[in-house]
Design a protein around this ligand. Structure first.
Ligand code: AQP
Length: 343
């Protein structure tokens, strides 16, 4: 049987990028799973802390994101849905894995390198300055490995950008298995399930991805946005001044992004969608994208509105999810402690 694990950070309400890049696939995996498969989905609060978070905003995001996960169709009777920060097994395992992780491996992570590249010495701009970055950001991939290995996950649905982190999870599983040999290996090596959809870009700046934490509200379409907000954001999406519509992500990223979104909504291929708009303008494309997005969002939005005020129900789902998560990870951690010599 498969054990599927994935996570999302409570850094704000999920947007269309999160939906097509991750969440929609979680729901599909859940609905297509065999009865013996385990599905574990985590809201990873400890990961969010690697960047500065306003405590009040974090509290709200934590609750709202749970409501969004339920609203899009994750079912707490079928999937374990829980807050990472309600299960200390993750941090305990992360510590043990930290002690097996070569620093050099973490320095080679592209996510770390790109953070480093933007962190410049105030006196000498040509020099990167590590002292401006926190250690959590550096060991983030180890915590991610702990998230996965605590449940002995076999399959992890992630975007291509996360492939290197998953590779590290496999390495750490292998290092642990070899360092603490017993009759059998403790950890299976987790495989990825690459999410089929393309990356969704910012509506305001198509050179960057759509992101929860961009300061520009109009750059992202939230899963809970009203119909008029969706229409407004799509109408004002940055495209180009070339006549006609073609799918050319390299030279026309804004228009390509709209085609990607439309294709994701209808389950088609972006170039096939583009062919239908060859003789039309951006205006017609935008109107259809807005309609298609509305069609996708209206169900989840209504469900979210219903759920968001049901604090007791949401707290109950979170509590039960954490209990079920701890049952599974608790078993792993007992084995880990025994192998390491901490009993
Ligand atoms: N623009 C995107 N297009 C496709 N997939 C995306 N994901 C994020 N942005 C896009 C996928 O969403 C999942 C959950 O992501 P996360 O919570 O770990 O956040 P992130 O990847 O760092 O990006 P966000 O959601 O925009 O948040 P912030 O701004 O806080 O960094 C992942 O599977 C991710 O690939």
């Amino acid at each position: 049987p498969r054990v599927i694990f994935s996570g999302i950070q409570p850094t704000g309400i999920p947007h269309l990028g999160n939906f097509f890049g991750a969440l929609l696939n979680w729901v599909k995996l859940q609905n297509d799973a065999r009865p013996e498969d385990k599905l574990i989905f985590s809201i990873v609060g400890w990961h969010a802390l690697t960047l500065p978070q306003d405590p009040q905003a974090l509290r709200t995001a934590r609750r709202e994101i749970l409501a969004v996960l339920l609203a899009i169709g994750l079912d707490p009777r079928r999937s374990v849905i829980f807050h990472q920060d309600a299960n200390p097994d993750h941090t305990e395992l992360a510590w043990i894995l930290n002690c097996l992780t070569p620093v050099g491996k973490l320095r080679r992570m592209t996510t770390w390198k790109s953070k480093l590249a933007t962190s410049r010495n105030a006196n000498d701009e040509s020099e990167v300055d590590e002292s401006l970055l926190n250690a959590g950001l550096f060991t983030y991939p180890v915590l991610q490995a702990a998230d996965i290995l605590a449940y002995k996950a076999t399959h992890v649905p992630v975007g291509e950008d996360q492939e290197q982190h998953l590779e590290l999870s496999r390495d750490l599983a292998d290092i642990f298995n070899r360092t603490f040999k017993a009759r059998s290996s403790l950890f299976p090596l987790p495989q990825h399930i690459i999410t089929p959809s393309r990356r969704i870009l910012s509506m305001r700046d198509p050179s960057s991805k759509m992101s929860k934490s961009s300061p520009d509200q109009n750059s992202r379409i939230l899963l809970t946005d009203s119909m008029s907000a969706v229409q407004k954001k799509i109408r004002s999406a940055v495209t180009d001044s070339i006549t006609g519509v073609t799918y050319d992500p390299q030279n026309r990223p804004g228009a390509a992004n709209l085609l990607t979104i439309l294709a994701a909504c209808t389950g088609e291929d972006a170039s096939a969608v583009a062919a239908r708009y060859a003789d039309k303008g951006h205006g017609a494309l935008k109107a259809d994208v807005a309609d298609a997005v509305e069609e996708v969002l209206k169900g989840p939005r209504a469900e979210f509105e219903k759920l968001r005020g049901q604090t007791e129900y949401l707290d109950g789902v979170a509590r039960q999810g954490a209990e079920r998560a701890r049952e599974i990870s608790g078993e792993t951690l007992r084995e880990v402690r025994a192998r390491v010599g901490l009993v």
